[in-house]
Structure formats: C-alpha cells, structure tokens
Design a protein around this ligand. Structure first.
Ligand code: ADP
Ligand code: MG
Length: 364
C-alpha cells in the first residue's frame, strides 16, 4: 500500500438506504485507510453498487454519515467530492478522441491547453497507452477502452478512486492482466481505492482488505488470508473459496462429529449448534500412526479427477456426506492415493479446524 500525500481515509458510519421496503444497505460501518485498496465483495444485489454510489454522492442516504478525512461529505453533491470513478461499461465519450476523454476531468476543473494535454498524455502512459491520444474510441479494443477510462479516473490526481466491476466485460485472460495493471496503477497514484466485484478470486488477489456484503449488511472486513482461513460465518466460508460444512453436536462444552470428539482451538465453545468447515486442500491423507493434533475422518474414495495442478478426490464420509479433497500432484504424495472404491483416512489438523455458528448470523 502506498499512501500518496493527498490520499484520504474514508469513514463510513451506520449507513442505511432503502428502496421502498427493500433495504439496500443496513447499518454499514467501515473505516478505510488512506491509500488502502479495499474491495466490496458480495453476490448480485448485496448492496455493493449502492454503497459505492453513496460514496460518490449519487445515492442519498436515509441515515448515517460518510467522511473523507475530516470532511463530512454526507450531504455534498457528486461534483464537489473530487473522486475518480471507473464503471463496468467504461462510460467514455464516443465522439471525442482518447486524449479528449482523458483531459475531460481537467477541463471540468478549468485546466485546458498544453498543460492539460501533457497531463492527459502522462495518464495515458501510466496505462500503457502512450501515443494513443489521437485515436478514436471505437478504434480501440475493450481492454484499451477500459484503460482510457482508468487514465481518465486518475488524471486529476483524486484522493479517492471508486471502481464498480471495471473488468467484468473482459474475457478471463485480459481480466487477469488488467487486475495486475490496476494494482500497479494504484501503487503509482496512491489514491484510496474502493473496488467492487462479485468475483471472490479477483477480490482476494487484488485487495489489501475485503468487505463482504450480503443483503446490504457487512458480514466481515478482513485481509484476504484472514477471510479465507478464519471466516466469521457460514456465508463467508461458503462464498470465499470452496468449503464443505458438516454439522456437529455440542455437548457439555465439547464438540462431536458423528460421535467422535473434535480437536480444535475455539475457546470458549459457544452453546449453539456449530458446523465444521472443511477446505478441500486442508485435508491430508493419513497413512500410518497417530498424530495427537490431527482429527481423523474416514471414508471411501468414489472418483479421481485430474485438474492439472492437482488430483481432486471425491470421498464419501460416514457413508453419506460427499466431499472433495485436493491432492497436489507431488511425487510421492500421489502414491498414497487409494483407488476408487477403496477406504481412505483423512487428517485435519486442529489449527485448520474451523467451527462456525450453524445459522448465518447476519442479522446480528
Ligand atoms: P449489487 O451492486 O451488489 O449487485 P445494488 O447495490 O445494485 O447491488 O442493489 C442492492 C439492492 O437494492 C438490490 O436489491 C437492488 O434491487 C436494489 N436497488 C438498487 N438500486 C435501486 C433503485 N434505483 N431502485 C430500486 N431498487 C434498487
Ligand atoms: Mg452492482
């Protein structure tokens, strides 16, 4: 993270917004650091765009407040907020040249002529489009058009940059290239960046921190690795990465899976029902001996599937629960994989044993 001299922290406090009886945002509070790259992640309809548009000033709030640094912008109109914006559909002016598009925010701020042209040209070289200034928008590919939109969003050195699913119109390969480019651009310009996506992989790879939304409510705000390893609830566990959620029984402060005590690090154990989260790559194949820190799960291998970097095993646990286990294709490891139809013993280390409240705890 690079905090430029003029990037600003954002403080969102108890923000709410309804459309009729539908709550698009409900009691959302979020502190974003100056220069941070923060992603709003959630399924369609979870309130991501509403929150981003509230930051930009296009969506008036029912309650709550938004601060940019010390400045309360809750009631400020969009043109006074001085934020850069990038949208999914680029929103470029088709009748203007590339340079004209990029220089437009400068023109709005009263800067024209040679100085504006120099700054627009600089912004274009930041996105690898140096020398493209005289082209027409329709002469550019989708990826190039989105780069023009990026250049336009940073040309006036905004302290805050807002992006709403900027890559979702691009194919996968280009999307991955652009993810790295946006991250690099962020490091160069240093603006506090709020990025919206419904793609968990994109969120994990790009962000300093991720805010997970569901139904207009904040589920968890954390670093990508913390979200993945220590989700707060079943929704986050399910939405980020792959996981299986197995019901357990809690009796007298102990957790049991199918009658067997579960080794874990959760203290104190809550009273309510808990589920055990299993990540496909966190289980290992046990060959012999006993490890006191390892939970043992026995099952029967149903299928092997080759996926390039790994072997995916479909395993039936306790004769009823089907899970997948990811085995890296390392020499030696593969020799220990039982054939389909054969029994298997899986180990889950207590440090990887995550227990979550059985119900989505998203309504407080
Ligand atoms: P996301 O960007 O996560 O897909 P949105 O913020 O667009 O979600 O929408 C959140 C909820 O608010 C959805 O249920 C959506 O239907 C509703 N909504 C958003 N904008 C409007 C609007 N202008 N009028 C009515 N309902 C809206
Ligand atoms: Mg949206």
């Amino acid at each position: 993270m690079v905090a430029s001299a003029h990037s600003l922290p954002i403080r969102i406090t108890s923000v709410a917004k309804s459309y009729g009886s539908a709550e698009a945002l409900s009691d959302v509070s979020l502190d974003i650091q100056a220069g941070e790259f923060l992603t709003l992640l959630g399924p369609s309809g979870s309130g991501k765009t509403t929150l981003l548009m509230a930051l930009a000033g296009f969506v008036p709030l029912d309650s709550g407040s938004i601060l940019f640094g010390d400045r309360d912008v809750t009631l400020e109109p969009p043109h006074r907020r001085n934020v850069g914006m990038v949208f999914q559909n680029y929103a470029l002016f088709p009748h203007m040249t590339v340079l004209g598009n990029v220089a437009y925010p400068l023109k709005l701020r009263g800067l024209t002529g040679a100085e504006a042209a120099v700054r627009a040209e600089e912004a274009l070289s930041l996105v690898q489009l140096g020398g493209f200034g005289e082209r027409r928008i329709h002469e550019l590919s989708g990826g190039q058009q989105q780069r023009v939109a990026l250049a336009r969003s940073v040309v006036f050195e905004p302290p805050i940059l807002l992006m709403d699913e900027p890559l979702s119109a691009l194919d996968r390969k280009l999307r991955e290239t652009m993810q790295a480019e946006i991250r690099r651009l962020h490091e160069r310009v240093g603006a506090t960046t709020v990025y919206v996506t419904h793609d968990q992989h994109e969120a994990l790879t790009m962000s300093d921190r991720v805010a997970v939304l569901k139904g207009g409510r904040l589920q968890q705000l954390d670093r990508p690795d913390r979200l993945y390893d220590h989700p707060n609830n079943v929704f986050v566990a399910d939405f980020i990465g792959h996981s299986h959620l197995l019901p357990t029984e809690v009796k007298g402060g102990r957790v049991y899976l199918r009658g067997h005590p579960v080794k874990h690090n959760k203290t104190p154990v809550p009273n309510g029902p808990l589920v055990l989260m299993l990540r496909p790559e966190r289980m290992e194949i046990l060959i012999a001996g006993q490890d006191p820190d390892m939970n043992e799960l026995s099952g029967v291998v149903q299928r092997h599937a080759f996926v390039g970097d790994a072997l995916m095993l479909t395993v039936c646990l306790f004769g009823e629960t089907v899970i997948t286990v990811k085995v890296p294709r390392l020499r030696g490891l593969l020799d220990s994989v039982p054939d389909p139809g054969q029994p298997i013993r899986l180990g889950l280390h207590r440090d990887d044993t995550i227990l979550l409240p059985a119900e989505g705890d998203d309504h407080g």
